[in-house]
Design a protein around this ligand. Structure first.
Ligand code: KG4
Ligand code: ZN
Length: 347
């Protein structure tokens, strides 16, 4: 089985071709980051326009790289949400057109399911496993039990982790996107200099909250003497912030591991996915905790942690194998929780 995947829910225009034996025949990602950088964040209208401008060429490039024609495909999968609706519309319309013209089955993939199933593409991981999904838009702990089968253990009550990284970067005068910039600055910093709060730590659930941490960073920075921040101040604040995030993620994931073990009666694997999972320091903390809990730690390579279409093609393969397809009436969904029933019946 060979599937073409399309991703356009945020600021990456992406197309990929993946085979059922887990080989990635093509994985093309066009990042719009340069178009959004002047605004310090993703501008939905610019994103939608850019997806429209680039989508056809990106799909063509992926097909060329894979060295196949549309007739060789067994299906087409595209992100159907959640995300910025303009972009999702562009991807979905492209997928529907190709499906219609070439008589291919269509799969509308929940973007989060794409992230959730990536560990099966990269590592062939069996169900069930525990997923910590940390990106710019999402921060969730889930038990992944099968395609379309998720138990949400908890999520953020306010900001997503990536958002907290991006906002902190802005406060510290670091470039956009903030995550990688904060990680770089943190390497030179003293994580013990500022005692930032660890919101939700120790609570008997699997929820997160990052707004208090962000406020603490703002207050601390304002209280420093001098009109501008020194390089040391920036590095120390970045390191102290990142250490607080690491402590929170470790604590929340530890709770989720206990719940997973109680529900499934077994140890398993902790998978991290999403853009923030590219952070080496956070990974290190999670590896140590998982090891203590006797859980295997799995993190897809950074290029498959951030938004891409290989994960969408793979989720399409998993669904197609089970006969789960969508029809032309599928309507893109700006909001689409992973544990919510699909909007239409499975054929
Ligand atoms: O998954 P992703 O590419 O897009 C979605 O949000 O779906 O994640 C992007 C987020 C951004 O907030 C970015 O700052 C963050 O992931 N990020 C990082 C790192 N690399 C990307 N955060 C912390 N450390 C990093 N190295
Ligand atoms: Zn994502």
């Amino acid at each position: 089985m060979i599937v073409l995947g399309i991703e356009s829910s945020c600021d990456e225009t992406a197309a990929a071709v993946v085979r059922e034996d887990r080989s990635i025949l093509a994985n093309v990602v066009f990042s719009q980051i340069d178009e959004h950088r002047p605004y310090g964040g993703v501008v939905p209208e610019i994103a939608a326009r850019s997806h429209l401008d680039h989508m056809d060429g990106i799909v063509q490039r992926a097909m060329e790289q894979a060295g196949i024609g549309f007739a060789d495909l067994d299906g087409i999968a595209a992100t159907g949400g959640p995300g910025l609706i303009g972009g999702v519309l562009v991807g979905m319309m492209t997928a529907k057109s190709i499906a219609l013209v070439h008589g291919l089955p269509l799969v509308a993939v929940n973007h989060l399911e794409g992230h959730a199933l990536t560990a099966r593409l990269t590592d062939g991981l069996p169900f069930p496993y525990l997923l910590l999904l940390v990106s710019g838009g999402h921060c969730e702990l889930l038990s992944v039990n099968g395609p379309g089968q998720y138990t949400r253990y908890g999520g953020t009550l306010d900001d997503a982790v990536g958002e907290a990284f991006d906002k902190t970067a802005k406060l510290l005068g670091l470039p956009y996107p903030g995550g990688p910039a904060v990680e770089r600055a943190a390497r030179r910093g003293n994580a013990a200099r500022f005692a930032f709060p660890r919101p939700m730590r120790g609570r008997d659930d699997c929820d997160f909250s990052f707004s208090g941490l962000k406020t603490a960073v703002v207050r601390t920075i304002r209280s420093l003497p001098g009109a501008t921040l020194s390089d040391t101040d920036v590095a120390d604040a970045a390191a102290s912030f990142q250490a607080a995030v690491a402590d929170v993620l470790v604590d929340r994931a530890r709770h989720a591991i206990a719940r997973f073990r109680a529900e499934h009666g077994t140890n398993g694997a902790l998978v991290v996915a999403g853009g923030v999972a590219a952070n080496a320091a956070l990974r290190e903390s999670l590896v140590a905790m998982a090891g203590e809990a006797d859980f295997t730690f799995v993190a897809p390579p950074p290029g498959l942690c951030t938004d891409n279409a290989a994960m969408i093609a793979w989720a399409g393969i998993e669904r197609l194998r089970l006969g789960m397809t969508d029809d032309m009436s599928f309507a893109p969904r700006p909001r689409w929780p992973l544990d919510e029933p699909r909007p239409q019946a499975v054929s």
